[in-house]
Each structure stands twice: as C-alpha cells, then as structure tokens.
Design a protein around this ligand. Structure first.
Ligand code: ATP
Ligand code: LTN
Length: 328
C-alpha cells in the first residue's frame, strides 16, 4: 500500500527553540517511517520580514543542519530549501488569483505580526498563508504536522484547495493538520501565558536548541512558577504546568508517574531535574549538528539531492494546474 504524504515547513531563522522541537521537529522524526515525507526550510517565507543577507544564508544552513541532527534521514524523508524549487513561487501566484483577500484578513498570525510593523508590513507577509498553501498542495499532502499556531493556516489551505477543485476539477488533495496531543503549544519560561517564541525580546523565555548546558540551567532556574507548593499538572498554574509538560515530553513518562515522582519535592528539585533532562535530550542533537556542519559540502550535497527529489514531484503537479487553468 502506498504511504501517505507528510509535508511540513520551518522558517530559516536562528534560535530554533524547544517549542519548535517538541511541537514539530520531534514528531517529524518519530513519524517519518510511516509516511512519505517532505520537510522544507521555508526561506521564501522568512523574507516576508526584513533579513540581513549573510545572516539569512547562515540561518538557512543552520536550520537544515538541525533537521538532520534531530534525526530526519534521507532514506525516509526529503529535506530541501523552498527557494530551490521554483514551483512553490509559481503555484503561490496561481493560488493568489483565486484566494479572496477577506480570507487572509482573518488570519490571526498576520494580525499579530503586522501590529508591530504597521504601514511597513510587506505584501508578502499578508500573502504568507497562500505560499504556505502552495507548499502543501504541490505534494498531494495528506498530513501537515505543526504546532497549534499553524492550525488556521492549514485550514485556509484546505479552503483554497477546495475552491480550486470546485472551479477547475479535482487537482488537489485536501490536507489535515496534525497537532500533537501534548506539546502543540509550549509556553515561554518567563511568560508562561504566551507561546515560546524566537521573536520574543526576552531571550530567557526560550531554550534554544544550540544553548549550552549552563545556559539551559540558568534559564530554567529563572522560570516563572507560583506561590503554591504542590507539583501537579494544572492548566490554571501555567508556569508549573508548562515545566511539567516539557518534562513529560523530554522524559516520555506519564503524567501520573511524574506527579508521583515529584510528590513532596520542591520547585527547585523540579527545575534542576528538568534542566538535566532537557540537556540530555539536546546533547546528542548538538553533537550531530557539530559533526555534520563541520564537514564541508556534506549538508549541501544532501540538500541538493532533496531539491531534485522535491522538484520532480512538484513539477508534475504544477503542470496539471497550468493545464486546468488554461495556461497550457
Ligand atoms: P516562532 O514563533 O518561534 O518564531 P514560528 O512558528 O514563527 O516560530 P517556525 O520556526 O517556522 O516559526 O515554526 C516551526 C514549527 O514549530 C511550526 O510547526 C510551529 O507551529 C511550531 N512551533 C512554534 N512555536 C511553538 C511552540 N511554542 N510550541 C509548539 N510548537 C511551536
Ligand atoms: N508557517 C509555518 C511554516 C510553514 C509551513 C509550511 C508549515 C511554511 N510552509 C507548510 C507547514 C506546511 C510556521 O511554522 N511558521
């Protein structure tokens, strides 16, 4: 039986954090054997906000390296850089022409991100979800594993696909988002009422995947808790709940086991043990990252192979789209 197709994307920004890892990358690694996978460093999405060229080049490489270091492998997955496969931009244009502006005005991520930049906001940032829809639809994607914040974008992608299919005939597969039952929204350490994020000004809010052990210890030590004592999962106590959730994800223990383990212990114990568990999770990833980025040309060769594989599939779909529209 043919395997179902998985597609997901990650921005080419430095400071990939534990939220990106636990909400997305870790699941990609765990799911990859069951599916036919495409994992894309979405550099064209990254330039929807201003980027320094040299930093961007370095970040594209860093993020691709992190994906392989986390355990994504060429035998099960195609990893590539979005701008290397031109079909993504081409399909985005064609989808732009059938997507109503009103649908994009409803996107909460655009509302949030554009608030800061106001009149300087690019057309690209507004159009971001249409490019994302093109990414997904080019590969007949069935499942899109993402964090909770991307659910609305995947739903919009379905709507665009349905509109196209209705107008021109069945071309696109309708994708479903896959949000992990735990970890879909890892919260900030100092502000546990907001999601952990790399754009956060307060750097102590996030644990970055390449943070050194002492940085991890220091950040977790400072994490916001509360004035209660009991160490229990409780959504109303967002700080402690978040620390416990991260502990659950990195140790893969059950909630009951964790609550039993911490019964009678202090927040200091929780923080110390959490820090060590996070360090243990990230150390092998960091080690592999250093190995594979240290070898000149190794990563680039993998990315070239990935782009070729992705291109072959994407071009077939794009040709169908041109024909349906009447452009061929
Ligand atoms: P950020 O907000 O940190 O800039 P992002 O969502 O804009 O991140 P990406 O790096 O492209 O940018 O995200 C990669 C994946 O990580 C996405 O699937 C996203 O949903 C997921 N993700 C991002 N933040 C979190 C979080 N705090 N908890 C769980 N998943 C997250
Ligand atoms: N918007 C996503 C990144 C992204 C993506 C995609 C995710 C771009 N294209 C296609 C899944 C499928 C984000 O995480 N910020």
């Amino acid at each position: 039986m043919d395997k179902k197709t998985v597609f997901s994307g990650i921005q080419a920004t430095s400071n990939q954090h534990l939220g990106n890892y636990l909400g997305a990358i870790k699941n990609w690694v765990e799911m990859q054997k069951q599916y036919d996978n495409y994992f894309c460093v979405v550099d064209l999405h990254t330039v929807t906000v201003p980027q320094d060229p040299d930093t961007l080049r370095a970040n594209i490489r860093e993020v691709a390296g992190l994906l392989f270091a986390a355990g994504i492998d060429e035998d099960n997955s195609t990893v590539f850089i979005q701008s290397h496969v031109k079909a993504h931009s081409e399909l985005a244009w064609l989808l732009n022409c059938i997507t109503p502006m009103g649908w994009l005005h409803r996107m909460t991520q655009f509302k949030e991100k554009s608030e800061k930049a106001k009149d300087e906001v690019s057309v690209g940032l507004f159009d971001y979800p249409v490019l994302q829809a093109a990414d997904i639809l080019l590969y007949d994607t069935n499942l899109v594993p993402v964090g909770e914040d991307q659910k609305q974008h995947v739903e919009l992608c379905r709507d665009i696909a349905q509109r196209f299919n209705y107008r021109y005939g069945e071309v696109f597969v309708l994708p479903d988002a896959y949000i992990p039952p735990v970890g879909g929204r890892v919260m900030g350490l100092s502000n546990p009422d907001k999601k952990m994020s790399k754009s956060e000004e307060k750097k102590d809010d996030s644990i970055f995947l390449l943070d050194a052990p002492d940085q991890i210890r220091a950040k977790i030590k400072k994490a916001t808790t509360d004035s209660h004592r009991e160490i229990k999962f409780d959504e109303k106590r967002s700080g402690v709940n978040n620390l416990l959730t991260i502990y659950q994800l990195v140790t893969e223990k059950t909630r009951d086991q964790i609550e039993d383990h911490f019964a009678g212990k202090s927040y200091k114990d929780l923080k110390e043990q959490l820090a060590e568990a996070v360090i243990e999770t990230l150390e092998p990833l960091q080690q592999r990252y250093r190995e594979l980025t240290g070898e000149k040309g190794y990563l680039e060769a993998m990315l070239n192979r990935g782009a070729k594989r992705a291109e072959a599939r994407a071009e077939t779909k794009l040709r169908q789209v041109y024909e349906k529209i009447g452009l061929r």
